[in-house]
Design a protein around this ligand. Sequence first.
Ligand SMILES: Nc1nc2c(c(=O)[nH]1)N[C@H]1C(S)=C(S)[C@@H](COP(=O)(O)OP(=O)(O)OC[C@H]3O[C@@H](n4cnc5c(N)ncnc54)[C@H](O)[C@@H]3O)O[C@H]1N2
Ligand code: MOO
Length: 407
Amino acid sequence: MALLSVDEALARLLAGAAPLGWECLPVAQAGGRVLSSPVEAHHTQPPFNASAMDGYAIRAADVAVIPAQLKVIGESAAGHRYSGAVAAGEAVRIFTGAPVPQGADTVLIQENTERLADDTVSVLQSVAEGRNIRRAGLDFTKGDILLQPGRILDPAALSLAAAANNAEIRVWRQPRVAIITTGDELVAPGEAPGPDQIISSNSLGIAEIIRIHGGEALDLGIVGDHVQDLDIAIGTAIERGADILVTSGGASVGDHDLVHEALTRRGMELDFWKIAMRPGKPLMSGKLQGLHDTSLRVLGLPGNPVSSLVCSYLFLAPLVSALAGRPYRPDMRRVHLGADMPANDLRRDHIRAEIIQNENGDPVATPLPLQDSSMLSALARANGLIIREPHAEAARAGESCEVFMLR
Ligand SMILES: Nc1nc2c(c(=O)[nH]1)N[C@H]1C(S)=C(S)[C@@H](COP(=O)(O)OP(=O)(O)OC[C@H]3O[C@@H](n4cnc5c(N)ncnc54)[C@H](O)[C@@H]3O)O[C@H]1N2
Ligand code: MOO
């Protein structure tokens, strides 16, 4: 049977993947989340004509001829307005952010004045009418729509929502992604591995990809190669309300690769298993019944560390993004090949590469010398993956190629 292509597998995985529902969060907890509704201004900013400088609120006509002396009749500070009005020949001492008193049309900066006495200021320079005043509503007006749904609450968006007096914000719920790591050979980082054991690393990188793309990772730990234990862990993922279940390892055809069996016993509806991709051929996708009859998407990742992360970049990241309501824009670029490449076989290849600028400033992608799917050192060194389509012809250094940037 022909293996499913990467594009077809991705299209099937993302079919029907939509935001999971909204929740209301205090603005202080909404950073990094995605708006599900527009953000409206509940407040006009600034709410009054405000001074942009420290100086004197005056009438510009009074200082058309300089030097001019004005009578200082009071003070307006931020949070404490001067409640009277400025008449001809008068000034009010004013500070940045303070309301401009009635009658004044201009703020003169204090550097262009000399205070002669408590009640007298000498003006050394004329100023155009209206200078240094921020008109009411300069930034936004009550009722304005300030941010659209789908916007990630980045620092500026978050401060803007707060400035417009939105104490609570409606955001898409974060998809909850349970991760089950399988393998008798695995121990957690920090534990002492037995003679035949290694340190389990996959769930760390997978969880980070989940977080970066707006999901909440729920690491359910390491499970040995026993269907019973896997079944218990799958049950935990369901009970804890996971929207996606990611398994790592045990996806291949060995006698101890039991993930498919455990999921099938739980009633998984398998969509695909094995795709035309390297690394990542044994990728599995299906659906289980989740908590309260919801759908629990299952992504079975291969155990080889590079395979599990490359599959997470290519499949899990867009899936989490879709459920989180976040735009997903992989950084794909066309660059020059830095080495000759042999013809490819039937699996789309994702070759770990360093992409750097050559002396002409052109980006060049050079494959790392070792491509084994166990080698995290090579994946961490790579800043991109050269994509080689199935059956691609041999290519020469200098030809153009497509890369998926990793960082
Ligand atoms: N006869 C065949 N053998 C294999 C095939 C095949 O088609 N026919 N496919 C190979 C490919 S490709 C891959 S990828 C692997 C995937 O197999 P599994 O998903 O069953 O992965 P495991 O056997 O559990 O582990 C593979 C490898 O990775 C290490 N590992 C697993 N989990 C972790 C972890 N959390 N942290 C660090 N390292 C991990 C594990 O110790 C193994 O060395 O199958 C090939 N075989
Ligand atoms: O397709 Mo496997 O993921 O290479 O090692």
